[in-house]
Ligand binder design. Structure first.
Ligand code: SAH
Length: 390
């Protein structure tokens, strides 16, 4: 069965087919998971048995983050939403079915007050206008909400009243940030930020721990399935308690801190400075003392450890979609950990990296897909590898 299979259902979302967000709404949830299972078997099956995908019971309203762009339609009405797939044409979206509903409500309010506060939508072609994007992050368990208003310059005249109205209509909003992005770029966020209201970050609770999340740090977008993913990954690793492990590509330190009480020592490494600051604060908030975080390129960091002949018992790695790189994989093999838990949101690059690892002394012992992104074509997958040259 392919995602274009005849077993179609009527996509529940009116924007389906146009919007670049979801790819599989034409399939029932059961068929979506069958499709994902087949994809996992096709890409990773040659390394071992692929366990049944861990599904989400209620596969809607799970996303805790949106990034909407703003513009005008042909009649001059302000629109906001996602881009059409592979274009920079904005689709005017009132309601996104995979999103936390509060985000759509906040966007609706912003749209309705933009004129009053002279917030012209930014036009990427003419480079005129003010409001480029709005990013909203929500804390699944805490209910805290962050609104990031991305503007083309810093002159936000009515900002005090803008925040007041937003907060009055949506008291759940706990922080509002202005992010200034004056570059000609398709990147959403610029470098400069000013805090308009609240603490400048939100917190969420994951696997019983509290995590601080700032605007630019990565945080998994489906928190309830993230708990399933992390618990499974930790179970597959089967730690005994005396291990010294690395959490590579650690983001705000979620995996490092959640696994900390199951091992002796954790070393977290991450490239994004804001995420590392969050990770260090998160270790303090949760009173965890056996984790150290380093801001570095994961590949370079591993090269450094290998040159010092450090003893590492296991590596948990969770790279971005592009996968890992040769410097990282080569040095990891030199460090020769007994186990590697490779978590990935892109099974194609994961397959490429597993190929390297099985050629260099590792055997795949378990493969577990997790449905982290229902309605979309994306699949998260855990692979457990064991050293063969013991
Ligand atoms: N494990 C974390 C984050 C996974 S996302 C979690 O579950 O939340 C991948 C992370 O890799 C992002 O935080 C990204 O900033 C980071 N990253 C990307 N390239 C990197 C590199 N070359 N070295 C280290 N970290 C990198």
């Amino acid at each position: 069965m392919s995602k274009d299979s005849n077993k179609n259902v009527k996509p529940p979302c009116p924007y389906y087919g146009k919007c670049g967000g979801c790819q599989l709404q034409n399939l029932s949830n059961k068929d979506q998971n069958l499709y994902k299972q087949k994809e996992a078997e096709k890409l990773l099956g040659k390394y071992g048995r692929v366990e049944n995908i861990l599904v989400m019971d209620d596969p809607y309203n799970y996303r805790n983050k949106i990034q909407y762009s703003f513009g005008y339609d042909k009649k001059g009405k302000i629109i906001s939403g996602m881009y059409e797939s592979n274009t920079h044409k904005i689709i005017d979206i009132d309601k996104c079915l995979i999103q936390d509903p509060i985000a759509d409500e906040i966007i609706k309010t912003i749209k309705s007050i933009m004129k009053k506060y002279k917030m012209e939508p930014y036009n990427e072609d003419t480079r005129q206008g003010f409001l480029r994007h709005v990013l909203i992050k929500t804390g699944h368990k805490t209910g805290e909400v962050m609104v990031v208003v991305v503007t083309a310059n810093h002159m936000f005249h009515g900002k005090k009243n803008f925040v007041k109205i937003l907060r009055k209509k949506h008291p759940q909003i706990s922080t509002v940030i202005q992010n200034i992005n004056s570059k000609n770029t398709s990147m959403i966020l610029g470098d400069r930020e000013s805090n308009m209201y609240g603490k400048g970050y939100i917190e969420d609770i994951l696997c019983g721990l509290r995590f601080r999340i700032s605007s630019k740090s990565f945080y998994q977008i489906n928190p309830s399935q993230t708990e399933t993913l992390y618990n499974k990954a930790i179970e597959m690793a089967g730690f005994k308690g005396n291990e010294r492990i690395i959490d590579a590509y650690c983001g705000i330190g979620t995996i490092s801190l959640i696994v900390a009480n199951k091992v002796k020592e954790v070393i977290g490494v991450e490239l994004n400075g804001d995420a590392i600051q969050d990770a260090i604060r998160n270790s303090k908030i949760n009173n965890i003392n056996n984790v150290k975080f380093y801001k570095a390129d994961a590949g370079e960091f591993m090269v450094g450890l290998a040159s010092k002949n450090e003893k590492i018992d296991a590596v948990i790695m969770d790279p971005p979609r592009a996968g890992s790189d040769e410097a990282f994989l080569h040095s990891m093999c030199q460090l020769n950990p007994e186990k590697i838990v490779y978590i990935s949101c892109n099974m194609e690059t994961q397959a490429r990296d597993l190929e390297y690892l099985v050629k260099n002394g590792y055997k795949v012992k378990g493969i577990q897909p997790v449905d982290m992104f229902p309605q979309t074509g994306h699949v998260e997958c855990i692979a457990l590898l064991q050293r063969t040259n013991m």
